[in-house]
Design a protein around this ligand. Structure first.
Ligand code: ACO
Length: 321
């Protein structure tokens, strides 16, 4: 990973503001989720606009120009349009003329799935440098009359520049899993082929995310622990070797429970969800960029990344920085 960058829109949505929109309270939200505020994109902002800002920062950090990028993978479940891909819009806006570009939808696991795909493409000789982005405008698929979900989500993007490197450096492993049987735990039914856009979708807010929060919570803890242990065992390393654990930022109680079961001290778990909420695919790369900014890891450190999301999907990556 030779470059990191993140971007979140400046507009905020606080718990106090949510109290005026639905029957909730700052104390309930803080106690149950740990979220204080979320960033919200202005209307008609494209997901690729957020990805562009994060990508420019990651490219500047890597010290390379867009023309040096061979592959662009964007993890998102809130694309600019059903087609073409958000990655193609990003390629155009960046002027990354040489790159081939594709989107990948694994909801909140979108970044780790994209990282795994780009890493495999580089290893297969399909390019030397990849731009891997997680970007979301979840505010466009959030029902602000549903207190169960509207307190959770925010907008943002994070980007990483991957470059080919010797074995034993960079991305050491990726482990990915899915269970489509549990799709009904988190889904947004409207706008696809099953419920195409029309009056039914608009009247019933079917474009918005529906979630069985409690069952999702339990699955998130179990699966993120499992897949993190899988990464450690595969690489024959102990949790004490990990300098920083960067889990998907969905809920403070999920992060605490996962950290506790993995036996990692709080000081080695990165948390920023109080300022962004759940940004889905953007959550892990935003965390990476902020953690580096805060000096939470150094070159050569071992980082453990883990995520969980709709699908269900979950995954982990062990990275030597
Ligand atoms: N304010 C006040 N009360 C609320 C609110 C709210 N915003 N939301 C729900 N409640 C109420 C419920 O109605 C319920 O009331 P009842 O007991 O009278 O029925 C009570 O609070 C408890 O509800 P639970 O759903 O059991 O609350 P829980 O402690 O599970 O917290 C939460 C809910 C925060 C959603 C939690 O379950 C969670 O974080 N789940 C995981 C979410 C997640 O990780 N998603 C990741 C994937 S998202 C993606 O892929 C895009």
């Amino acid at each position: 990973m030779i470059g990191l960058g993140m971007y979140a829109p400046p507009k905020t949505l606080t718990n106090d503001e949510l109290e005026k929109m639905v029957d909730t309270s700052d104390s309930w939200i803080m106690e149950r989720t740990g979220i204080k505020l979320r960033r919200i994109a202005e209307p008609r902002t494209a997901c690729s606009d957020l990805c562009l800002e994060a990508s420019k920062r990651a490219l500047a950090d890597a010290g390379i120009s867009p023309s040096e990028i061979d592959i662009i993978v964007v993890g998102t479940c809130t694309p600019d349009m059903p087609l073409p891909s958000t990655a193609c819009f990003l390629q155009m806006k960046l002027g990354a003329g040489r790159a081939y570009a594709l989107d990948l939808n694994a909801a909140c696991s979108g970044f780790l799935y994209s990282l795994s795909a780009a890493d495999a493409m580089i290893r297969a000789g399909r390019g030397k440098k990849a731009l891997v982005v997680g970007g979301e405008i979840l505010s466009t698929v959030t029902d602000y009359t549903d207190r169960n979900t509207c307190i959770l989500f925010g907008d943002g993007a994070g980007a990483v520049v991957l470059s080919e490197c010797p074995d034993g450096e960079g991305v050491l492993s990726c482990h990915l899993h899915s269970d489509g049987n549990l799709w009904e735990l988190i889904y947004a039914p409207g706008g696809g082929t099953v419920h195409p856009y029309g009056p039914e979708v608009a009247e019933n807010r079917m474009h918005a995310i529906r979630m069985a929060g409690n069952e999702t919570f339990k699955q998130a803890v179990t699966r993120m622990v499992e897949v993190s242990l899988e990464a450690l065992q595969h690489n024959r390393v102990d949790i004490s070797d990990v300098a920083l654990f960067l889990p998907h930022q969905a809920n403070m109680r999920i992060i605490n429970a996962v950290g506790k079961r993995l036996g990692i001290s709080e000081g080695r778990v990165f948390v920023n969800l109080e300022r962004y909420g759940n940004t889905s695919a953007a959550s892990v790369p935003i965390a990476l960029a902020e953690a580096r900014e805060q000096g939470r890891f150094a070159k050569g450190d071992l980082l453990l990344l883990a995520s969980f999301g709709a699908g269900l999907t979950w995954g982990s990556a062990l990275v030597r920085m």
